[in-house]
Design a protein around this ligand. Structure first.
Ligand code: FE2
Length: 311
Protein backbone atom coordinates (compact mmCIF):
# COMPACT_ATOMS: atom_id res chain seq x y z
CA UNK A 1 0.00 0.00 0.00
CA UNK A 2 3.07 2.22 0.02
CA UNK A 3 3.13 5.38 2.14
CA UNK A 4 0.39 5.53 4.76
CA UNK A 5 0.97 8.84 6.51
CA UNK A 6 2.97 12.06 6.67
CA UNK A 7 5.50 11.99 9.49
CA UNK A 8 7.28 15.34 9.36
CA UNK A 9 8.56 18.12 7.15
CA UNK A 10 12.07 19.55 7.45
CA UNK A 11 13.00 23.07 6.38
CA UNK A 12 16.32 24.80 6.17
CA UNK A 13 16.24 28.44 7.34
CA UNK A 14 18.95 31.13 7.63
CA UNK A 15 21.25 30.10 10.46
CA UNK A 16 21.30 33.58 12.01
CA UNK A 17 17.49 33.44 12.40
CA UNK A 18 17.16 30.22 14.40
CA UNK A 19 15.96 32.00 17.55
CA UNK A 20 13.29 33.79 15.50
CA UNK A 21 12.27 30.39 14.12
CA UNK A 22 12.02 29.00 17.64
CA UNK A 23 9.74 31.86 18.74
CA UNK A 24 7.58 31.67 15.63
CA UNK A 25 6.85 27.95 15.69
CA UNK A 26 6.38 27.98 19.47
CA UNK A 27 3.90 30.85 19.19
CA UNK A 28 2.13 28.87 16.47
CA UNK A 29 1.44 26.25 19.13
CA UNK A 30 4.10 23.60 18.58
CA UNK A 31 6.37 22.42 21.36
CA UNK A 32 10.10 21.92 21.10
CA UNK A 33 11.20 18.32 21.44
CA UNK A 34 14.91 18.92 20.92
CA UNK A 35 17.09 21.91 20.18
CA UNK A 36 20.64 20.84 19.44
CA UNK A 37 21.71 22.26 16.12
CA UNK A 38 18.37 21.24 14.59
CA UNK A 39 15.17 22.55 16.18
CA UNK A 40 12.61 19.74 16.37
CA UNK A 41 8.96 20.35 17.13
CA UNK A 42 5.96 18.17 17.85
CA UNK A 43 2.28 18.80 18.39
CA UNK A 44 1.47 18.78 22.10
CA UNK A 45 0.77 15.24 23.27
CA UNK A 46 1.88 13.56 20.06
CA UNK A 47 4.54 10.91 19.73
CA UNK A 48 6.26 11.89 16.48
CA UNK A 49 8.03 15.11 15.65
CA UNK A 50 6.23 17.04 12.92
CA UNK A 51 8.71 19.78 12.01
CA UNK A 52 12.49 20.04 11.81
CA UNK A 53 14.17 23.42 11.38
CA UNK A 54 17.75 23.13 10.16
CA UNK A 55 20.27 25.99 10.10
CA UNK A 56 21.36 26.83 6.55
CA UNK A 57 21.75 29.73 4.14
CA UNK A 58 18.19 30.48 3.09
CA UNK A 59 14.75 28.97 3.58
CA UNK A 60 14.24 25.87 1.50
CA UNK A 61 12.45 22.55 1.65
CA UNK A 62 14.95 20.09 3.14
CA UNK A 63 12.86 16.89 3.00
CA UNK A 64 9.48 15.33 3.68
CA UNK A 65 9.28 12.19 5.84
CA UNK A 66 6.52 9.63 5.37
CA UNK A 67 5.67 6.36 7.07
CA UNK A 68 5.07 2.97 5.50
CA UNK A 69 5.11 -0.78 6.25
CA UNK A 70 7.88 -3.30 5.44
CA UNK A 71 5.84 -4.42 2.46
CA UNK A 72 5.22 -0.84 1.38
CA UNK A 73 8.91 -0.03 1.51
CA UNK A 74 9.69 -3.01 -0.70
CA UNK A 75 7.09 -1.89 -3.26
CA UNK A 76 8.44 1.67 -3.24
CA UNK A 77 12.02 0.50 -3.83
CA UNK A 78 10.83 -1.69 -6.72
CA UNK A 79 8.76 1.02 -8.41
CA UNK A 80 10.60 4.24 -7.75
CA UNK A 81 12.96 4.33 -10.71
CA UNK A 82 10.19 3.68 -13.25
CA UNK A 83 8.58 7.02 -12.37
CA UNK A 84 11.65 9.23 -12.38
CA UNK A 85 12.67 8.78 -8.74
CA UNK A 86 16.20 8.16 -7.51
CA UNK A 87 17.35 6.31 -4.41
CA UNK A 88 19.94 8.42 -2.62
CA UNK A 89 22.21 8.49 0.44
CA UNK A 90 20.77 9.77 3.74
CA UNK A 91 20.98 13.51 4.25
CA UNK A 92 23.60 14.70 6.73
CA UNK A 93 22.54 14.20 10.33
CA UNK A 94 19.80 11.70 9.48
CA UNK A 95 19.67 7.92 9.81
CA UNK A 96 19.80 5.41 7.00
CA UNK A 97 16.52 3.82 8.13
CA UNK A 98 14.07 3.11 5.32
CA UNK A 99 14.91 4.76 2.01
CA UNK A 100 15.87 8.27 0.91
CA UNK A 101 14.44 9.30 -2.45
CA UNK A 102 14.65 12.21 -4.80
CA UNK A 103 11.65 12.98 -7.00
CA UNK A 104 12.24 13.78 -10.70
CA UNK A 105 13.03 17.42 -9.80
CA UNK A 106 15.19 16.99 -6.70
CA UNK A 107 12.61 17.21 -3.92
CA UNK A 108 13.67 14.74 -1.23
CA UNK A 109 11.49 12.20 0.58
CA UNK A 110 12.52 9.97 3.48
CA UNK A 111 10.26 6.92 3.71
CA UNK A 112 10.56 4.95 6.93
CA UNK A 113 8.95 1.81 8.30
CA UNK A 114 7.10 3.07 11.33
CA UNK A 115 3.68 2.48 12.87
CA UNK A 116 1.02 5.00 12.00
CA UNK A 117 0.65 7.48 14.82
CA UNK A 118 -2.28 6.80 17.18
CA UNK A 119 -5.63 8.38 16.33
CA UNK A 120 -6.32 11.66 18.10
CA UNK A 121 -8.40 11.38 21.26
CA UNK A 122 -12.06 12.19 20.75
CA UNK A 123 -13.04 15.76 21.61
CA UNK A 124 -16.44 17.33 22.36
CA UNK A 125 -18.57 17.64 19.23
CA UNK A 126 -18.71 21.07 17.61
CA UNK A 127 -22.33 22.14 18.04
CA UNK A 128 -24.07 24.61 15.78
CA UNK A 129 -27.65 25.84 15.63
CA UNK A 130 -29.18 25.82 12.18
CA UNK A 131 -32.79 26.19 10.97
CA UNK A 132 -34.76 23.33 12.47
CA UNK A 133 -31.74 22.01 14.38
CA UNK A 134 -31.06 23.32 17.87
CA UNK A 135 -27.89 21.46 18.78
CA UNK A 136 -26.60 24.02 21.30
CA UNK A 137 -29.21 25.12 23.82
CA UNK A 138 -29.00 27.06 27.06
CA UNK A 139 -25.31 27.75 26.55
CA UNK A 140 -23.17 30.24 24.68
CA UNK A 141 -20.74 29.26 21.97
CA UNK A 142 -17.58 30.79 23.41
CA UNK A 143 -16.26 32.17 26.70
CA UNK A 144 -14.73 35.70 26.76
CA UNK A 145 -11.76 35.86 24.39
CA UNK A 146 -9.33 36.78 27.15
CA UNK A 147 -10.13 33.55 28.98
CA UNK A 148 -9.46 31.28 25.99
CA UNK A 149 -6.03 29.73 26.54
CA UNK A 150 -3.31 29.31 23.93
CA UNK A 151 -4.48 26.98 21.17
CA UNK A 152 -2.36 24.05 20.09
CA UNK A 153 -2.57 22.25 16.75
CA UNK A 154 -3.48 18.58 17.14
CA UNK A 155 -1.36 17.14 14.35
CA UNK A 156 0.39 17.81 11.06
CA UNK A 157 -2.12 17.19 8.27
CA UNK A 158 -0.44 18.02 4.98
CA UNK A 159 2.37 19.76 3.17
CA UNK A 160 2.07 21.71 -0.07
CA UNK A 161 5.20 21.80 -2.19
CA UNK A 162 6.03 23.56 -5.43
CA UNK A 163 6.97 21.53 -8.47
CA UNK A 164 8.07 22.54 -11.96
CA UNK A 165 6.01 19.71 -13.51
CA UNK A 166 2.68 18.93 -11.87
CA UNK A 167 1.87 15.84 -13.94
CA UNK A 168 5.31 14.30 -13.52
CA UNK A 169 5.19 14.77 -9.74
CA UNK A 170 1.65 13.34 -9.56
CA UNK A 171 2.97 10.27 -11.41
CA UNK A 172 5.91 10.01 -8.99
CA UNK A 173 3.63 10.17 -5.95
CA UNK A 174 1.07 7.75 -7.40
CA UNK A 175 3.31 5.17 -9.05
CA UNK A 176 6.32 5.56 -6.77
CA UNK A 177 4.86 6.24 -3.34
CA UNK A 178 1.43 4.64 -3.91
CA UNK A 179 -0.57 7.81 -3.21
CA UNK A 180 -3.79 8.64 -5.05
CA UNK A 181 -4.92 11.84 -6.74
CA UNK A 182 -7.88 13.30 -4.80
CA UNK A 183 -8.56 16.37 -6.95
CA UNK A 184 -6.71 18.89 -9.05
CA UNK A 185 -7.34 22.26 -10.61
CA UNK A 186 -6.14 22.32 -14.21
CA UNK A 187 -2.36 22.77 -14.40
CA UNK A 188 -2.18 24.85 -11.23
CA UNK A 189 -2.59 22.61 -8.17
CA UNK A 190 -3.07 18.93 -7.28
CA UNK A 191 -3.98 17.14 -4.06
CA UNK A 192 -3.05 13.56 -3.13
CA UNK A 193 -4.09 11.26 -0.29
CA UNK A 194 -2.73 8.03 1.18
CA UNK A 195 -4.57 4.78 0.52
CA UNK A 196 -6.15 3.03 3.47
CA UNK A 197 -7.86 6.12 4.89
CA UNK A 198 -6.51 9.64 5.04
CA UNK A 199 -7.36 13.30 4.86
CA UNK A 200 -8.33 14.54 1.39
CA UNK A 201 -4.77 15.70 0.91
CA UNK A 202 -1.55 14.72 2.60
CA UNK A 203 0.74 16.06 -0.11
CA UNK A 204 -0.44 18.99 -2.22
CA UNK A 205 1.37 20.36 -5.27
CA UNK A 206 1.51 23.82 -6.81
CA UNK A 207 2.96 24.42 -10.26
CA UNK A 208 6.00 26.71 -10.21
CA UNK A 209 9.38 27.33 -11.82
CA UNK A 210 11.11 24.97 -9.40
CA UNK A 211 10.73 22.89 -6.26
CA UNK A 212 10.03 24.49 -2.90
CA UNK A 213 7.95 24.56 0.25
CA UNK A 214 4.63 26.39 0.14
CA UNK A 215 2.96 25.49 3.45
CA UNK A 216 2.47 22.92 6.19
CA UNK A 217 -1.01 22.53 7.60
CA UNK A 218 -2.07 21.63 11.12
CA UNK A 219 -5.41 20.35 12.34
CA UNK A 220 -7.37 22.32 14.92
CA UNK A 221 -10.49 21.26 16.80
CA UNK A 222 -13.11 23.69 15.49
CA UNK A 223 -13.60 26.57 13.03
CA UNK A 224 -13.41 28.93 16.04
CA UNK A 225 -9.96 27.62 16.88
CA UNK A 226 -8.82 28.08 13.28
CA UNK A 227 -10.05 31.68 13.24
CA UNK A 228 -8.85 32.64 16.70
CA UNK A 229 -5.42 31.01 16.46
CA UNK A 230 -4.90 32.63 13.04
CA UNK A 231 -5.96 36.05 14.32
CA UNK A 232 -3.66 35.78 17.33
CA UNK A 233 -0.66 34.89 15.18
CA UNK A 234 -1.43 37.72 12.79
CA UNK A 235 -1.69 40.15 15.71
CA UNK A 236 1.57 38.98 17.26
CA UNK A 237 3.71 38.59 14.13
CA UNK A 238 2.05 41.26 12.01
CA UNK A 239 2.75 39.71 8.63
CA UNK A 240 0.11 39.31 5.97
CA UNK A 241 -1.54 35.89 6.20
CA UNK A 242 -4.73 34.64 4.59
CA UNK A 243 -8.00 33.78 6.24
CA UNK A 244 -10.41 33.05 7.71
CA UNK A 245 -12.02 31.17 4.82
CA UNK A 246 -13.08 27.84 3.39
CA UNK A 247 -11.49 25.89 0.58
CA UNK A 248 -13.59 24.28 -2.13
CA UNK A 249 -11.06 21.50 -2.79
CA UNK A 250 -10.90 19.42 0.40
CA UNK A 251 -13.59 21.59 2.07
CA UNK A 252 -11.39 22.67 4.97
CA UNK A 253 -11.77 25.89 6.91
CA UNK A 254 -8.41 27.64 6.83
CA UNK A 255 -6.31 30.42 8.18
CA UNK A 256 -2.78 30.78 6.82
CA UNK A 257 -0.04 32.47 8.81
CA UNK A 258 2.91 33.80 6.84
CA UNK A 259 6.17 32.50 8.30
CA UNK A 260 9.32 34.64 8.54
CA UNK A 261 10.53 33.17 5.20
CA UNK A 262 7.49 34.07 3.05
CA UNK A 263 6.00 30.61 3.11
CA UNK A 264 3.06 29.62 5.32
CA UNK A 265 1.69 27.53 8.13
CA UNK A 266 -2.01 26.75 7.92
CA UNK A 267 -4.50 26.08 10.68
CA UNK A 268 -7.34 23.90 9.34
CA UNK A 269 -10.34 21.90 10.42
CA UNK A 270 -13.12 19.87 8.84
CA UNK A 271 -11.18 18.59 5.83
CA UNK A 272 -12.74 15.86 3.65
CA UNK A 273 -11.76 12.35 4.69
CA UNK A 274 -11.21 9.64 2.06
CA UNK A 275 -11.77 6.27 3.71
CA UNK A 276 -11.63 4.27 0.49
CA UNK A 277 -9.86 5.57 -2.61
CA UNK A 278 -12.10 3.49 -4.90
CA UNK A 279 -15.16 5.38 -3.64
CA UNK A 280 -13.75 8.83 -4.32
CA UNK A 281 -13.86 10.37 -7.78
CA UNK A 282 -11.16 12.90 -8.55
CA UNK A 283 -12.45 16.18 -10.00
CA UNK A 284 -10.54 18.63 -12.16
CA UNK A 285 -11.86 21.88 -10.65
CA UNK A 286 -12.14 25.17 -12.56
CA UNK A 287 -9.26 27.52 -11.79
CA UNK A 288 -11.65 29.96 -10.10
CA UNK A 289 -12.26 27.29 -7.42
CA UNK A 290 -8.60 26.43 -6.91
CA UNK A 291 -8.08 28.78 -3.97
CA UNK A 292 -11.26 29.10 -1.95
CA UNK A 293 -15.04 29.27 -1.97
CA UNK A 294 -15.22 32.23 0.40
CA UNK A 295 -13.02 34.42 2.54
CA UNK A 296 -10.77 37.38 1.81
CA UNK A 297 -8.55 37.37 -1.24
CA UNK A 298 -5.09 35.87 -0.67
CA UNK A 299 -1.96 38.04 -0.59
CA UNK A 300 -0.77 38.95 -4.09
CA UNK A 301 2.32 36.76 -3.69
CA UNK A 302 0.50 33.79 -2.13
CA UNK A 303 1.62 31.37 -4.84
CA UNK A 304 5.07 32.88 -5.43
CA UNK A 305 7.88 30.38 -4.96
CA UNK A 306 10.55 32.41 -3.19
CA UNK A 307 12.88 29.41 -3.19
CA UNK A 308 12.87 29.28 -7.00
CA UNK A 309 13.18 33.04 -7.40
CA UNK A 310 16.10 33.25 -4.96
CA UNK A 311 17.89 30.13 -6.22
FE1 FE2 B 1 -3.37 23.49 2.95
Amino acid sequence: MAVSFLKHVALEVPQDRMSEAQSFYTDFGLEISSSDSVLSFRCVGREYECLHIIPGNAKRLHHIAMGTSEEGLKEICENIQQCGGTIMSPLEGYSDDGVWLSDPHGAIFHVVVVAREAELPEEPEFKINSPGNYNRVNEGALPPKSTIPALNPRRLGHVMMFTPDLDQTIAFLEQGLGMRLSDRSQSAVAFLHCQGGSDHHVIALAQSDGIGFHHASFQMGTPDEVGLAGARMQEKWGSEGWGFGRHAIGSNFFHYVRDPWNSYLEYYCDIDYIADSDNWTATNWPLEDSLHTWGPNPPADFTKNYEASEA
